[in-house]
Design a protein around this ligand. Structure first.
Ligand code: PMP
Length: 408
């Protein structure tokens, strides 16, 4: 059954909580519907490409897991998550210089769920927070649903600008309403494609510590650097002041919906209770499956294959942009799924979108990534899913749309 839209027979609008009133249909949902038409080249959704996963081998390994230990896999688990998997997660995080105990890891239903739980723990309606400009649309939806007052901090090619962060934190402090946290995606930014330079990382941590500002370091793409370089996480620079979010969605597959939060003790205690309250326990079937995958497969070799695939797609994107859209500028990602394209004055990427779809290409307009209506001169290209030839064709169609738009 699909959810009907249109005039309801009984109107519940007045009964909805103020939180529910802040839940709005995401732009992404509408876009997924459009983009799923086969004739449309979708540069919109950030779906990982899973074609290289050895699904038959994985199926055999899961079959023996369920045959051997199915009763555990199908049972409730602990609210903090399956301990052996939490141990494996600490090994994964050690690749980025994090030295953590499994006791500080809480497993969630994707890192999206961790974002929701953390926001729930820290935000009363109207509380100010700092986020990057632009920022991940799914995080903005969470912040909006909890009625955060979102303040954007500027970025450049090296990521978040420390001076801009310091200024924003100082201004809120002076107004007697200090920000509750900074939300940042340091590596291979969604939607920006930029990466926080290593030089800036200690600066950002120092500024936040000085302002008693908790950092939410969201890092689902960190292992997908095109040249295999692993950027050091900020978490080790201040383990008491940073919540680090990780996810299996991009390094393995999103279908299991498993992510995690690494947090200081005091916050972990609350996170576990919040997790239990929301879902009792993460899916044991999913946790055991991922734990088995990490144990039985060369998962890092698989990440290498993903990296190489995304590198090829990013290169095709850069070449096509240079060829077809020379009047635009864009970021040059060194990993991840996205580039952020800036159009010359006069172009509104929201108004251009229906015409782009007529020309059989889809993207996400820049305004989706701001809380304040900015960004109509930008759009996000996600090059992760379509093969290289389709990316080239999609960008050619985008250029045709742009030429038509200029003539209007
Ligand atoms: N953070 C960022 C920056 C993302 O891009 C995404 C997914 N697109 C998420 C969090 C959520 O990922 P998941 O819930 O699948 O772990």
């Amino acid at each position: 059954m699909t959810v009907a839209s249109g005039t309801p027979r009984v109107d519940w609008t007045d009964s909805f909580s103020s939180r529910a009133k802040n839940l709005q249909v995401s732009e992404t949902r509408a876009l997924f519907a459009v983009a799923s038409r086969p004739e449309v080249v979708s540069l919109a959704g950030g779906m990982p490409n899973l074609k290289d996963l050895p699904l038959h081998q994985i199926a055999r390994s899961f079959e023996s897991l369920f045959a051997g230990d199915g009763a555990t896999a199908m049972q409730y688990g602990g609210g903090q998550g399956f301990e052996p998997l939490r141990e494996q997660i600490t090994d994964i995080m050690s690749l980025e210089g994090i030295n953590a105990s499994a006791a500080n890891v809480t497993i969630t239903a994707g890192s999206q769920h961790a974002l929701d739980l953390v926001t729930q723990l820290f935000i009363d309606p109207g509380d100010p927070i700092l986020v990057e400009a632009p920022s991940y649309v799914g995080a903005l939806s969470v912040f909006h649903s909890y009625q955060c007052e979102v303040h954007h901090v500027l970025m450049d090619d090296e990521g978040l600008i420390p001076e801009s962060l310091d200024e924003a934190a100082t201004a809120l402090e002076k107004a007697g309403r200090p920000a509750k946290f900074l939300y940042t995606v340091p590596n291979f930014h969604n939607p920006g494609g930029m990466t926080l330079s290593e030089a800036r990382r200690p600066e950002i941590v120092e500024i936040c510590a000085r302002h008693h500002l908790l950092i939410l370091e969201d890092n689902p793409y960190g292992l997908l650097g095109f040249d295999g370089h692993l950027y050091p996480a900020m978490q080790p620079l201040n383990p008491d002041g940073i919540i680090y979010l990780g996810s299996f969605s991009k390094m393995f597959a999103p279908g299991f919906r498993i992510g995690w939060a690494l947090a200081p003790d005091q916050i972990t205690e609350k996170l576990v209770v919040a997790n239990e309250t929301a879902i009792l326990s993460p899916s044991m079937a999913a946790e055991l499956s991922i734990s088995t995958y990490l144990r039985d497969f060369d998962w890092y070799g698989q990440v290498d294959k993903f990296r190489v695939m995304y590198r090829g797609r990013a290169r095709a994107t850069m070449e096509a942009l240079t060829k077809y859209l020379p009047e635009c500028t864009w970021t040059h990602p060194v990993g991840g799924f996205y580039t952020w394209v800036h159009f010359p004055p006069g172009i509104n990427t929201n108004e251009m979108l229906p015409r782009a779809v007529e020309n059989l290409v889809a993207y996400v307009s820049g305004t989706a990534f701001y809380a304040d209506g900015r960004g109509a001169d930008y759009l996000r290209i996600a090059y992760c899913y379509p093969p290289e030839e389709e990316i080239r064709e999609g960008i050619r169609r985008l250029a045709v749309t742009y030429e038509q738009e200029k003539d209007l």
